[in-house]
Structure formats: structure tokens, C-alpha cells
Design a protein around this ligand. Structure first.
Ligand SMILES: Nc1nc2c(ncn2[C@@H]2O[C@H](COP(=O)(O)OP(=O)(O)OP(=O)(O)O)[C@@H](O)[C@H]2O)c(=O)[nH]1
Length: 388
């Protein structure tokens, strides 16, 4: 069987055009920035490769060749942006941008000098592919490993073959008159482009699905009104904090908080102002907590805070800071004073479950409500409750 680079590249082109036209239809319009960047990268890649093949075979054009190079460079920058969106901030973005600008510029200036032009463009493309390969390595956020490995393989193989093309073009010019000449490196590169098109598309679709799953998970665990974790999200993280404190015998305190006379606020000022009050309270919790503290909305006007490495006096300090801040800000922003009742419980050696600890804080909160509201009570492991 005779393989020739032009046929292989033509097949790759047809596949790329088909995929870049089909993907927007499949993925729809409401895309995240990462998915949009990946789609645009694919379009630019398709245009770049097509322009290169056309300028090589059909109309030999300086402008078209330079534009092709610019398209290829830009597509790699966009792929890096997509990876940053999916995996968290990546290193190497600036260097990639520099290389992406330098590549078509150097190509344009050295156009009449074939070895320099081919060496320059391929070495810089190879360097960009290495940066992209590196960008797939670390995932700061929860992200699937398999699609990253697929992309890593694509980028690494393409980087090696592109660098090999650079060596041929720059130093063995006679064996490399064009990137489609029947040279084993060109045949291998054309085959690799076909493979990369297939694997890259699969990786992109899986990354996109993972991102959608991630967003759904976040939505399912977040209270849409306040942006705090909802009961489900809160309990999941609170259980982990409790288990950790239990295992390492570290102190931990929980605070149950419930806004006072909230029905009256809704009735007097309207439901929208009630929502504003809930948002403000959540904001105050965020501003008052320290790194590592967890705050969540358990439902209605009930909130909970977990304070790791904290004793009862730390929780009491939290409560005092929150009360002072809330009094000032609610008067300023809502026009009335928002107040709350709270119960606190500190973990003891006898606490085997988070549920038990929460129940004590809840019982103390109940007492605080019945004791006149606007106060913090301590839930003892015995039956009584004391004012903190
Ligand atoms: N605006 C608004 N109101 C809510 C929301 N969720 C629950 N509520 C209201 O919160 C009120 C809670 O009322 P109650 O359980 O009687 O509590 P309360 O009036 O704060 O009385 P105490 O807790 O005993 O001080 C109800 O009127 C609910 O309709 C919400 O998301 N937005």
C-alpha cells in the first residue's frame, strides 16, 4: 500500500472541517469560555492547515502561507486557554503567546530563505506543543485523567514530529522540499495529524462533559440565593472536617444560627427585602469566617458554621464579630437591624458523630430562641445550656 502525505493530509482536512462544523451544532450555544476557546481553536486549526495545503499545492501565496502560520499559532494559544478553563490556571501562557506572535512574524520575514523559514516555524510550533503537553500534566481542580492523557499523547507526538520536520527543513533541505514530499517523517506526521484529530476531538468532548458534570455538582451543592453551600454541600464538607478533627484529636466547634423574627421582616418589608437580608447575612458570614471555616445555609433562615481547630471561646469570638458587623451593615444596607439567635457546641472526646454535635448546637439555639432571642447559648454535653 502506497501512503502519500497529500492524501493523508486531505483526509485530515476533511475530518477537521467536518468536526469544526459539527461540534457547534452538538455543543449548542450556551458554552463556557473554555469550551468556546476549544471550538475556536479547532476552527483556527482547520483554517490554518487548509490554507497551508492550498498555498502549497493550488495557489502559491505568501500571504496565505503567513496567515496559515498565524492561524496555527493562534489555535494553540486558544487550546491553552481552554485547558486553563478546564484544569485551573496554567503556567506557560505568556511564553506561548510570545511564541505564537514570533512564529508567523519570523516565518514572514524569512519567507525567501527556505531552511530558515521551515526550521523557525517548525521549532517554534514544536516548542508551543511542548508547552501545551506540559499544561495537561497538572489538574488543580477535580478533572478526569483520561482525556488529559489523550491530549498529552497528541501534543507530545506532534511536538516530536514537528521538531523532526524542523531538523529536515533546516539542515537536510534537499530531502525536504515541502511538508508534503514523500518523506517518512512527513508520512508519519500526516498519520499523526489524523490520529490527533480523532483523539483530540474525543478528549475535547470528554473535557466538556466533565466540566458540565462539575457545574451540575456545584449547583446541586450551592444555595442559589446566597451562594453559600446548601444543606447537602455543607453536610458533605462538614462531615469531612469533623472526621479530620476526630482522627487527629483537634478541637472543633459548630454554630447554629437562625435569623430572628424573619417572618415579620418578610411581612413588613416584602419578600424581596427578606431575600436581601438573607444575602447580607450570608455575606457577613463570609466576611467573618477565617480560612478553613465552613459556613452554609441549611434552609430558610437557618445557617450553620463549622470552626475547625476552635474551642468554645473562638466560636464566641466569631459570634461577637458577626453581631457587631451585622448590626452596622444591616442598618446601613437594609434600613433595619437584623439579629439572630445562635447555639454553639464544641467537640468533646465523647462525640462520635457530627450529627450529635449539631443536635447539641441546635438544642442550644432552641433555648436561645425561647430565652429571648438575639443571644448565643452554649450546648453542653449535659442537659443545661449556658450563655457564652
Ligand atoms: N424572603 C425569604 N423568606 C424566606 C426564605 N426561606 C424562608 N423564608 C421565610 O422565613 C420565615 C421563617 O419564619 P419562622 O420559622 O416563623 O421564623 P421567624 O419568623 O424568624 O421566627 P423566629 O425564628 O422564632 O425568630 C418564613 O416566613 C419563611 O417564609 C427565603 O428564601 N426568602
Amino acid at each position: 500500500m502506497q501512503l502519500d502525505a497529500l492524501s493523508l493530509m486531505t483526509v485530515a482536512m476533511v475530518n477537521l472541517v467536518t468536526i469544526s462544523l459539527a461540534l457547534p451544532l452538538v455543543m449548542g450555544k450556551s458554552l463556557t469560555p473554555a469550551a468556546r476557546a476549544a471550538q475556536r481553536a479547532l476552527l483556527l486549526l482547520t483554517s490554518g492547515w487548509t490554507a497551508l495545503v492550498v498555498s502549497e499545492y493550488l495557489v502559491s501565496s505568501y500571504v496565505l502561507s503567513v496567515l496559515a502560520m498565524a492561524g496555527l499559532s493562534a489555535s494553540l494559544v486558544l487550546l491553552h486557554r481552554a485547558l486553563s478553563g478546564w484544569l485551573g490556571p496554567r503556567r506557560g501562557g505568556r511564553t506561548l503567546l510570545l511564541l505564537a506572535v514570533a512564529m508567523p512574524l519570523g516565518y514572514a520575514f524569512s519567507f525567501s530563505h527556505y531552511p530558515l523559514r521551515v526550521g523557525w516555524s517548525n521549532f517554534l510550533l514544536a516548542a508551543m506543543l511542548v508547552l501545551l503537553a506540559r499544561a495537561t500534566l497538572v489538574a488543580r481542580r477535580h478533572a478526569g485523567r483520561h482525556w488529559r492523557l489523550l491530549l498529552l499523547a497528541c501534543f507530545a507526538i506532534m511536538a516530536v514530529l514537528t521538531a523532526a520536520r524542523g531538523v529536515l527543513g533546516a539542515f537536510f533541505t534537499a530531502a525536504y522540499p515541502t511538508f508534503l514530499s514523500p518523506n517518512p517523517v512527513n508520512i508519519a506526521a500526516a498519520l499523526a495529524v489524523n490520529m490527533a484529530v480523532v483523539l483530540g476531538t474525543v478528549a475535547l468532548l470528554v473535557a466538556w462533559r466533565d466540566e458540565a458534570d462539575d457545574r451540575l455538582r456545584t449547583m446541586a451543592n450551592t444555595d442559589s440565593l446566597t451562594g453559600l453551600p446548601n444543606r447537602r454541600g455543607f453536610m458533605e464538607r462538614a462531615e469531612a472536617l469533623f472526621a479530620n478533627a476526630h482522627r487527629y484529636r483537634q478541637p472543633l466547634a459548630v454554630l447554629m444560627l437562625d435569623l430572628d423574627h424573619f417572618k415579620h421582616i418578610n411581612d413588613s418589608y416584602g419578600h424581596d427585602r427578606g431575600d436581601d437580608a438573607l444575602r447580607l447575612f450570608a455575606q457577613m458570614l463570609r466576611e467573618t469566617r477565617r480560612t478553613g471555616d465552613l459556613a452554609g445555609r441549611l434552609g430558610g433562615e437557618e445557617f450553620c458554621v463549622v470552626l475547625p481547630s476552635s474551642q468554645r471561646h473562638t466560636a464566641s469570638g466569631f459570634d461577637q464579630r458577626l453581631r457587631a458587623r451585622l448590626q452596622q451593615r444591616s442598618e446601613e444596607e437594609l434600613g433595619f437591624t437584623l439579629s439572630y439567635s445562635a447555639g454553639v457546641a464544641a467537640m468533646t472526646d465523647g462525640d462520635a458523630t457530627l450529627a450529635g454535635l449539631l443536635a447539641r448546637a441546635d438544642a442550644a439555639l432552641y433555648e436561645a430562641k425561647h430565652g429571648g432571642r438575639g443571644m448565643l447559648l452554649m450546648g453542653d454535653s449535659g442537659s443545661g445550656h449556658t450563655v457564652v
